[in-house]
Each structure stands twice: as C-alpha cells, then as structure tokens.
Write a protein that binds this ligand. Structure first.
Ligand code: NAD
Ligand code: ZN
Length: 254
C-alpha cells in the first residue's frame, strides 16, 4: 500500500466520520474476491457468453432453455460463494454506526450473508426464482435445475431468476428507497461498479447534486471518476475497505 493510498484511505475515513452516515453503492467488483466474475472483467463466464443475450428478457423468453444453460452455471457459482472482507467491512461499518444503507446492483445476496441489515437490491436477487405465470417466489435451492428450463411446481409456468434482466424495469421500491438515501446522505461510497448500467450509474450524480461527497473505490477508473468522483481510492475493495474500517474504529476510541 503506497503513501498516496494511505492518505486517501485516511481522507475517506474522515469523510465518512463527518457524514453521519454514508451510503454505499456496490457493483460486481465487490464480489470478485468471492469468486463471482463481473460482466466486464477478465476471465469467467462472460468472456464466453454475451450477457445482453443471456440475461436480456426478450431473448430469455424466446430461448429459455438456452439462457438457462448459462444461468445454471451462474447459480452454481453464486450458491457456493461466501462473503469476502469487503462485504464484512461494510457490515461492520453499519454495525458501528457509520453506514446507513447499501444499494447493491449485485444479485448474489452476499451483503446480507455478511450481516448487513439495510440492503436495497437494485437488480433483485438470484437466490430467489419467480414463476412468470403465477408470480410465486421460491428459494432457488427448492427448484431443481436437472431439466431446463425449470417450471413452476404449482402451475408449470416458466421460472426465471428474480433478478432484473436487461429490458426489464427496476423494482419501484428499490428506485424510491435508493433515491431518497443518496439524496439525504453527505457521503456516497461507489465500490466496484463500472457505472455503465443505468439507472444505477446515475445514483452518485443524484447524490452529488444534493451536495454529497463521492468516494470511489475501484482498481480501474470509470466514467464516474472524472464526472462525479471527489476522492478516487485506487485498489481492490477487499483491501481498501478493511483499512477504512480500522480508521473508523480508531476514531470511536478517541
Ligand atoms: P461490472 O461488471 O460492469 O464492473 C465491475 C467493476 O468492478 C469494474 O469497474 C472493475 O474495475 C471493478 N472491480 C474488479 N475487481 C474489483 C475488486 N476486487 N474491487 C473493487 N472493484 C473491482 O459491474 P456492475 O457495475 O455491477 O454492472 C454489471 C451488472 O452485472 C450489475 O447490474 C449486476 O446486476 C450484474 N452482475 C452481478 C454480479 C454479482 O451479483 N456478483 C456479477 C456479475 C454481474
Ligand atoms: Zn406458477
């Protein structure tokens, strides 16, 4: 960890302390250390498949078995995945009173698994499946993927992960809660998101217009970096966040 980054980490912690409380927006990058590949990263599922085809609602409806063959691989990875230090750090930040909420674009359920309480799921969750006919929700562990596509045990309707696909709209309560959280908070942490998928990508800008200070944590620069970010902390979430939490804990002891 270079001199520069330690300075950035201290400033990030000071901004979070001053904010009382911060809100975090997380993306696929925060789950990379848990073995779940992001859409726009090296290796993994999405170099072989085009997400805009597999998780696009119209192509899913046209070829559900084809999409499900890939979705099944993703379900297996997600069900095995465990939270990493980045998820645990955000849970700790909430527990010690510095984080109001997490708005996540992830569909892996790992923030809740790490113990975070207020998690706004902007894109739903793959650990649930929904019947597109009768709208019943099932835990994914209850639905066998031996025959694809899986059908509803009650009505034989087509089952889909309860995640938002391209071409679908964001759940209304997620939109409302996340807008009000980014408008009210003084500090926003944008962590591991490429900030390319709308409308999630605009949330930091909405906050900024209401006076929020934007801290971005990512190994790479993103479209946010030059437009919205006030403090860019270059690095992996699982390395940076525990260091920020250390500083927050020190501040409570003073
Ligand atoms: P993205 O795949 O577009 O971008 C990932 C970002 O994470 C990149 O900016 C990359 O530089 C950064 N990154 C990589 N490793 C990192 C690390 N160790 N620490 C911090 N950052 C790291 O992800 P997105 O912006 O979330 O958008 C893609 C969409 O894909 C989301 O809407 C989500 O629904 C879906 N998705 C979710 C998961 C998941 O639930 N884990 C996985 C893949 C895709
Ligand atoms: Zn049904």
């Amino acid at each position: 960890m270079g001199e520069m980054n330690m300075q950035n980490i201290s400033e990030a912690a000071n901004r979070i302390i001053a904010a009382q409380k911060a809100t975090a927006l997380t993306g696929a990058g925060i789950s990379v250390a848990s073995g779940i590949m992001p859409f726009r990263g090296e290796g993994g599922l999405w170099e072989k498949y085009d997400p805009e085809e597999i998780v696009e609602i119209n192509s899913f409806l046209r070829h559900p078995a084809k999409s499900w063959a890939v979705l099944k691989e993703m379900q297996i990875v997600i069900e095995k995945a465990l939270p990493n230090e980045a998820h645990y750090s955000l849970a700790k930040m909430e527990e010690i009173g510095f984080l109001k909420s997490i708005i996540t674009q992830n569909i892996d359920g790992l923030h809740q698994a790490a113990g975070s309480k207020r998690v706004i799921e902007f894109h739903g969750n793959n650990r649930r499946l929904i019947c597109l006919e009768c709208k019943t929700l099932y835990p994914s562990s209850e639905i066998s993927l031996d025959t694809l596509p899986p059908l509803c045990p009650k009505c034989q309707g087509l089952m889909k992960p309860d995640a938002v696909f391209f071409g679908e709209s964001i759940p209304l309560d997620a939109i409302q809660h996340s807008r009000s959280d980014v408008q009210q908070c003084k500090t926003i942490l944008a962590i591991g998101t490429s900030a390319l998928v709308e409308p999630a990508a605009s949330l930091p800008l909405i906050g900024k217009r209401n006076g929020a200070f934007i801290i971005e944590i990512n190994p790479e620069e993103t479209p946010l970096t030059d437009t919205a970010t006030d403090l860019f902390v270059k690095g992996k979430a699982e390395e940076i966040l525990p260091k920020i939490v250390e500083k927050l804990l020190e501040s409570t002891k003073k």
